[in-house]
Design a protein around this ligand. Structure first.
Ligand SMILES: [Zn+2]
Length: 287
């Protein structure tokens, strides 16, 4: 079955890339700051911050079904410009035409931010460790906690795109949402700018007379591995077969030193099967 409209409007990946490159060059010549999202290989996000951003969005059923088509788009270099500022993201996405995408994200409320800082007090040694995502399980859990952490829920996000088939979330917006994750990989501080909070508060809290967490409280503990991050969001990052039930969360491995989060670790088939059964819908994951 041939749809003539689709046939006429079809633009190959190669041609889209050329169009995007021309567009970036034209804007640069005009003196505009252009910041394309460049994905190296198939992996869109590699660090804790980039992964956590994407995992957060995918855990909401409102988004889960619409996001996947954005992955291919962002991998192909379709997000030719992405600018992250306080409370909003502006992007240009190359499709059949060039579309402007805007994503607005509400600021973290003062009360919520204070709560996060208090709960993490004493648990983050330095800004470098924070931005590298070298965090204890407890701190990470607090930062990623659904609805009250640092990552936005769908109700805190408003999106728009200039394309004709704009609905709840078109592929251009989906590509931008992944592009934001990729940008956080390289510039995690932009997450804090976006949510209008100061990341230094998380470090400073330890010395501001806030309650020092007792042993076992947030902040003290081992650093997470990739599988633990997946558990945190109720997702299986390695196989994409669904979530591991909370009861099956693996103990954090003891390590001589802190290790950077983000390593993919295998999940056994048995665990994956049980995880799949535990969830109503299995999602393909390719990040
Ligand atoms: Zn669109």
């Amino acid at each position: 079955m041939v749809d003539s409209w689709n046939w006429r409007s079809y633009v190959s990946v190669g041609e889209r890339r050329r169009q995007a490159a021309r567009e970036v060059e034209a804007r640069r010549k005009k003196g505009q700051a252009v910041s394309p999202v460049l994905i190296d290989g198939r992996t869109i996000v590699r660090t804790f911050w980039g992964k956590a951003w994407c995992e957060n969005l995918e855990r909401y059923s409102d988004f889960a079904n619409r996001l996947p088509r954005g992955r291919t788009y962002v991998r192909h270099g379709s997000v030719v410009d992405l600018q992250i500022a306080a409370g909003e993201i502006h992007a240009l996405v190359s499709g059949s035409s060039l579309y402007e995408v805007q994503v607005k994200v509400e600021a973290v409320s003062k009360a919520r931010w204070r709560s996060i800082c208090e709960d993490c007090a004493g648990g983050i040694d330095s800004l470098v460790e924070l931005l590298q995502g070298r965090l204890s399980k407890a701190v990470m859990e607090r930062i990623c906690r659904q609805g009250v952490g640092l990552f936005p829920a769908p109700r805190e996000i408003a999106m728009s795109c200039g394309c004709p088939d704009w609905a709840t979330m078109c592929k251009h917006v989906a590509a931008v949402l992944y592009g934001i994750g990729a940008r956080f990989d390289k510039h995690p501080e932009l997450l804090f700018r976006l949510r209008e909070v100061d990341e230094k508060d998380l470090i400073a809290s330890a010395g501001k007379g806030l309650p020092t967490p007792a042993a076992g409280a947030p902040g003290k503990g081992k650093v997470l591995g990739g599988e633990d991050l997946a558990d945190l969001f109720g997702l299986d990052m390695a196989t994409g077969s669904g979530a591991a039930p909370a009861g099956r969360r693996k103990a954090v491995k003891k390590a001589a030193g802190k290790k950077t989060v983000g390593k993919k670790t295998g999940v056994t088939k048995t665990a994956a099967k049980k995880a799949a059964a535990a969830r109503k819908t299995a999602r393909k994951r390719a990040i």
